[in-house]
Design a protein around this ligand. Sequence first.
Ligand code: HEC
Length: 199
Amino acid sequence: MKKLTFLIISFIIILSGFLVIWFGVFNVSAKEKHWDITTKMLEIIRERSIEVRAYDLQIPNLSDPTMISNGAKNFDAMCVQCHLSPLTKPTELNLGLYPQPPIFYKEKHSRHNDKNIFWTIKNGLKLTGMPAWGDFHTDEQIWEMVAFLKQINGISKSEYRQLVGKGGHTHKAGFEHNNDNKAHRHDSDHNDSHGKHKH
Ligand code: HEC
């Protein structure tokens, strides 16, 4: 008898789960925010997942000025559409994504240590819109961005401009990009177009 009750209850639970999915009860719209408890749970899952995987990483010297400046160039070329910079106006990507990409030059990210930031840039974050950059960049290039992100909070327009310099960005050797399959550092003209995009 007990066994039968157990089977019936399990069946009802599985069926309700199936019905919740089938009738589309869960709203996947990026405009519908998670409940606070869901956000908290997702944060804990993310933090623990990264912490465990980043634990053994060796941190290079992140105060090296060349590293910081190289990181600024790559950040400016690849990340500002979502994470903005003092020279970028809010973009559709920054405003439309949920969870929203943090604006590093305005917000402090003291909770996240260098290893976790490196891991996140290399691997991306599932279900958030944060891409994985590790297939296209060497670890060194990723550490350069970590080095730059350590300096970005509160950075002024002129400091930012100075670090980015002429711009240009780097990739891993062999990565095919714009029909160019050699490692390259090319001068970019997209710096000039920030904020000028009109509809
Ligand atoms: C298409 C948009 C997009 C682009 C491009 C992008 N990111 Fe992100 N990134 C996100 C989103 C969204 C999150 C937030 C995830 C969250 O809150 O869970 C994020 C999170 C992060 C985090 C973790 C922040 C934290 O909580 O400490 C880091 C570090 C980061 N991005 C660095 C970068 C770097 C460096 C680049 C460029 C190489 C980049 N991102 C490009 C969307 C983007």
